[in-house]
Design a protein around this ligand. Structure first.
Ligand SMILES: CC(C)(COP(=O)(O)OP(=O)(O)OC[C@H]1O[C@@H](n2cnc3c(N)ncnc32)[C@H](O)[C@@H]1OP(=O)(O)O)[C@@H](O)C(=O)NCCC(=O)NCCS
Length: 303
C-alpha cells in the first residue's frame, strides 16, 4: 500500500490543529456525531444546491449508533478540540478491502486539518492491520474532499451516478432473480472474485441474513448478486444483463439511491429510459490494491 505518512508530515499536522485529540468512538458519541454528520453533509450540499445525504439528524444518528456498536468490524475515531467533539471517521475493516466513512467535521471546524488527521488515523489503522487496499466514494462537487483524498494518495477510479426513482418491476428474459440464501455464498463470492479479484463474503452473509440480498441466475448458475440495490449495497454481475435484472427486480433503492459507474453508458441509458433520475455525481477512489473490474458492478457508498 501507498506509504501513509512520514513522521515529519505527522508532526506538521499536529501543529496545525492545536488542542486536537483523537480517540476511539464511544456509544455516547452517537448523538453529537450524528448531528455533526447531518450538518456537515447538509452544509456542503446546500452550498451546491444538492439534496443532503441524510434526511435528518436522527437518521444520521441512527447510522452512527449502529457503526459504534460494531467495533469488531468497524473501527471508529472521534476528534475533539479542547474537549469538544468536532468530527468522526470510520473504517469498515471486515474484508480484503476496507471502506472509509462517513467522515464528517463540524462545519464550524472545517478546513483546519481535522479531516486530514482523521483520514491519516484510519489509513494508519489500515496499514497496521495489513489491509490490501482502502476505498471510498466522494461527492464529486466537493472540491475540498477531492483535494484532501488526492493529496493523501487516493486515485480517482470511477465516476459514479447516484440514481433514484420508483421500483421498476422489470424482468430481463433469461436472467432470473431470487432471494439469496447462505448456500449461494460460494457462487456469489466466485462472481465477485471474477469481477474484482477479491470477494466480499462477510458483507454478503450479513445481507443474506438481513434478507436484502438477491442473486441472478443465467444458464443454470449464479452470475450476479446484490447485497441491496441502494447506497449501502454493492452489486456485481458477469455482464450488464445481470445488473439490469437486479436493478429491475429491486423493490426500492434505499437511502439516496444506488451508485452506477457513469462510464457504463448502456446501463445508465437503460435506467434513465426506465424513469430513474440522477441525484448527484460521485467518484470511487482507491488507495492500495485496485484491480480494474472485469465485469459489471455497482459499488456501495463505501466501495
Ligand atoms: C471533507 C471533510 C471531511 C474534510 O475535512 P476538513 O477538516 O474540512 O479538511 P482539512 O482541513 O483537513 O483538509 C482539506 C485539505 O484540502 C485542501 N483544499 C480545500 N479546498 C481546496 C480546493 N478547492 N482546492 C485545493 N485544495 C483544497 C486544504 O488546503 C487542505 O489541504 P492540506 O491537508 O494539504 O492542508 C470536511 O470538510 C467535511 O466534513 N465535509 C462535509 C462532509 C463530507 O463531504 N464528507 C466527506 C464525504 S466523502
Amino acid at each position: 500500500m501507498h506509504s501513509m505518512l512520514t513522521a515529519q508530515e505527522a508532526s506538521m499536522s499536529e501543529t496545525q490543529t492545536a488542542g486536537l485529540t483523537l480517540r476511539a468512538g464511544r456509544a455516547e458519541d452517537a448523538e453529537t456525531c450524528g448531528s455533526i454528520c447531518y450538518e456537515a453533509f447538509k452544509a456542503i450540499a446546500d452550498q451546491h444546491n444538492f439534496p443532503p445525504d441524510f434526511p435528518s439528524s436522527e437518521v444520521a444518528g441512527g447510522l452512527i449508533t449502529s457503526l459504534l456498536s460494531r467495533s469488531g468490524e468497524i473501527y471508529s475515531v472521534v476528534a475533539e478540540v479542547d474537549g469538544r467533539v468536532v468530527g468522526s471517521n470510520f473504517l469498515w475493516e471486515n474484508g480484503t478491502i476496507a471502506g472509509v466513512g462517513p467522515i464528517t467535521i463540524d462545519p464550524s471546524a472545517q478546513n483546519a486539518a481535522v479531516g486530514r488527521r482523521l483520514m491519516e488515523d484510519v489509513l494508519q489503522r489500515a496499514q497496521e492491520r495489513g489491509i490490501a487496499g482502502v476505498r471510498l466514494c466522494q461527492a464529486s462537487y466537493h472540491n475540498r474532499s477531492l483535494a484532501l483524498y488526492n493529496k493523501l494518495g487516493f486515485d480517482t477510479r470511477e465516476p459514479l451516478s447516484n440514481l433514484q426513482g420508483e421500483a421498476m418491476e422489470q424482468e430481463i428474459p433469461g436472467y432470473a432473480v431470487r432471494l439469496a440464501t447462505e448456500e449461494d455464498l460460494e457462487g456469489c463470492n466466485e462472481v465477485c472474485f471474477k469481477v474484482h479479484g477479491h470477494a466480499r463474503g462477510p458483507e454478503l452473509l450479513e445481507a443474506i441474513r438481513r434478507g436484502t440480498a438477491t442473486v441472478v441466475e443465467h444458464g443454470g448458475r449464479i452470475t450476479g448478486y446484490t447485497t441491496t440495490v441502494g447506497f449501502f449495497g454493492h452489486t456485481v454481475g458477469e455482464s450488464n444483463e445481470e445488473l439490469k435484472a437486479l436493478i429491475g427486480a429491486a423493490p426500492a433503492f434505499p437511502g439516496p439511491g444506488f451508485l452506477l459507474p457513469t462510464r457504463n453508458s448502456e446501463v445508465l441509458r437503460w435506467c434513465l429510459e426506465q424513469g430513474l433520475r440522477v441525484v448527484q455525481p460521485m467518484a470511487l477512489m482507491s488507495l492500495g490494491l485496485y484491480n480494474e473490474p472485469r465485469g459489471a458492478f455497482m459499488p456501495s457508498v463505501l466501495y
